[in-house]
Design a protein around this ligand. Structure first.
Ligand code: HEM
Length: 150
């Protein structure tokens, strides 16, 4: 029983939240296809104004978007330093696509609503707050880009 306990560096996310987020992400990654198929109809039902922003045959883009969202959540759980700049660039490109600030909250809700039912409340809450953090960074970058656009 000579286990060494590694000190947790200050500034890292709360470890229990981290674990809950990783648990949620593992469940979501197990069935990414279902996630993509369920997410967009629900999101478009709630935000019909977002539908025309996507190309008619944009299945590849939709899949890529779900993959990038999951990748960003993993990076958040792992405290990856590249995440913030990446999200800011995405926020600017999404502003160019015509994405409105208030669409992000609907996207987060739809994403959590299509997550597998087996996720417990803690994993679901960690997923929701991770998505909120990611989309807030995108939204703020989009708003800064909007304020610079004449
Ligand atoms: C309100 C939420 C969102 C809306 C309405 C939205 C909308 C869009 C649209 C319209 C496209 C272009 C598709 C096309 O050309 O047909 C796109 C592409 C993409 N989205 Fe989103 N998006 C949202 C959230 C996110 C999030 C949270 C992420 C990742 C963190 C993301 C990552 C991507 C990526 C990687 C692409 C592929 C093209 C690129 O790199 O810009 N999106 N999205």
């Amino acid at each position: 029983m000579n286990e060494r306990i590694e000190p947790v560096p200050i500034g890292r996310p709360e470890p229990s939240t981290d674990l809950a987020l990783v648990e949620a992400l593992e469940a979501l990654s197990d069935d990414e296809k279902h996630l993509t198929e369920a997410l967009y109809p629900l999101f478009f039902e709630r935000r019909p104004d977002a539908r025309p922003l996507f190309g008619v045959h944009a299945l590849a883009e939709r899949e890529e978007m779900v993959r990038e969202t999951l990748r960003s959540l993993f990076a958040l759980a792992e405290g990856e330093p590249w995440l913030e700049g990446n999200l800011e660039a995405l926020g600017r490109s999404h502003f160019e696509y015509g994405v409105e600030s208030d669409m992000y909250a609907d996207f987060v809700r739809a994403f959590v609503d299509v997550a597998p039912a087996r996720l417990d409340a803690r994993a679901r809450a960690a997923l929701e707050s991770g998505l909120a953090r990611i989309t807030d960074t995108m939204r703020r970058a989009g708003e800064r880009a909007a304020s610079r656009t004449p």
